[in-house]
Design a protein around this ligand. Sequence first.
Ligand SMILES: [Zn+2]
Length: 507
Amino acid sequence: MIKDSNTLVNSLIHYGREKLYLSNIDEIHLRNRLLAKFKLEEYFPSDEKANKLDELITSIEQIALHEKLVEEGELETFTTAIMDMISPLPSFVQTTFFDLLHHNSSEEACRFLFNLQVDNDYIKLSKIKLNLFWKANFPNNYLEITINLSKPEKDNKVTAKLAREVSSKYPKCILCYENLGYAGRHDSPPRQNIRLVDFKLGDEDWFMQYSPYQYYEEHVVIIHKKHVNMKIDEQTFIKLCDFVDLFPNYFVGSNASLPIVGGSILNHEHFQGGKHLMPIFASASKYELRKKGYEDCKISYLDWYNSCLKITSSNRDKIIAFASEILAVWNKYRDEEIDLIPYTKEQHNAITPIIRKVNHEYQLYIVLRNNRTNEEHPDGIFHAHRPFHNIKKESIGLIEAMGLFILPGRLKRQFTVIEDILMGKVSQEEAIKLHPDIIIHQEMINTLQKEYGIHNSKQQIKSILEQYINNTCRQILECTAIFKNTPMGDKHFRKFLQAIDLEIIGG
Ligand SMILES: [Zn+2]
């Protein structure tokens, strides 16, 4: 660990040169700014070498506290400010990114920005590595499950409230462009070291940044430069196509613009994308379909847990036209026998669109969604039903719809207690007295106790709980399906096909 401020300044400059494109011309300028930040008036050269980011961050924190440069609560802001100082300016990042994009490849351009954001501690790779991750295999498909140990969970009702709130603060929300370099405040994290790149989607100005707590490989957030509400219309499909034309190495999708079926931020239009191959991309077709006027397109209905149409074509105009047609019909599509009511006082039908490019062909996925609630299902008819809320109760957004479940960090802690119950170390009653929050798992504990008893080994319990989570996640996705995987669901799906002039040609 680095012991004193002067050595730390030298280490930071060394790190900047090695990893963050610090040029000789800027070195003395940076050194003097760092000296001021650490309240040093003298400077002593030393050939300090620091390449390990974690060590560097810990050293900044320790020295900042020891030298009383910050109060404890301001440590993150201070560290982030230092990492910003040793990072290249946004203009350099933008120029280098587009040089790589135009002269090399989109992969190299993205790699450059991604690595820069890891190396300047914006993307918290070491924290992300703590997340639990596994694959849940089922006969026809697989899901991916991750227990997120870095972010708090959100309640749908809170999300709905946030979505309605009109904000006048600066920046208006956590996605706004004005966060570039912003030091943050009590309700928003410091963003000094964020770097992003601007481009046009449709005829609008947008930009892209990486997610600091990425849920999957190279998780990008693509954001409107203006603080405007999420919406899905024909322009959305044009913008999604523009994005994969620029970045064929990434998929991109938009959350539905309604609560329960959408993401947590509805008041600032944005997409999410990345390099990761989502489980839905591996899903086979249940039906091959045909539509007049779309002879050069391959259309199918997926053998997937929710209700998803897929269309593949190298014809971009056809992809956009198909998506727009489905959206127009779906927005008004009604089938009360299966509780599908498209709108009441407000809109309920919605779609989650996702696009990727494979061998120069566009593949568009349209997941059909509805966010209506009723007395029986106050949290959503096509949402995770009550018995599954102990595992996940928040919105089932774009990422889950594609088969990657982000589960709340509380599960790790709660499952340690449940482990003790299933090993017979503590009774259920005692456990609940000591840890009242596990009461939400009572039904699950009863079921598991009945099935497996209380004399299990640690290893057995791990697999029992994993299996339980896997099945629950699958059932949650099935809850979100409009057309269930039953003869009755099939009958209603066929009725819907008629409404959009789609014909089954194989299955
Ligand atoms: Zn905003």
